[in-house]
Design a protein around this ligand. Structure first.
Ligand SMILES: [Zn+2]
Length: 100
């Protein structure tokens, strides 16, 4: 599934928790990322502290979106919809009634 705002692939909750924990640990413990992990930063500069904060916020935003996506069609829903958009809820109710 993709985040429509960033166009990036969303992660599972476990992946997000691990990535956030790793980023925060890295942010807190690594003094000089280029010296610590030179292979990763041959061409690109590591993110600054502020940029890592933003990245963590974006990852958290992805999670919020994942929680708010309709389980049926992926359309954005409000928390009150409890996992299904209004259309899919109506359809599910209709199908339940029709099956009786
Ligand atoms: Zn739906």
């Amino acid at each position: 599934m993709e985040n429509p705002k960033t166009g990036r692939t969303m992660f599972t909750p476990r992946e997000v928790a691990t990535v956030l924990a790793a980023l925060r640990y890295w942010q807190a413990t690594v003094e000089d990322p280029k010296e610590q992990s030179p292979d990763y930063f041959e061409e690109d500069e590591p993110l600054s502290d502020e940029e890592i904060d933003t990245l963590c916020e974006n990852i958290n935003f992805d999670m919020t979106l994942a929680e708010l996506a309709c389980a049926e069609c992926g359309r954005r829903v409000t928390r009150e919809d409890e996992g299904l958009c209004a259309e899919c809820t109506a359809k599910a109710e209709h199908e339940t009634e029709g099956g009786r």
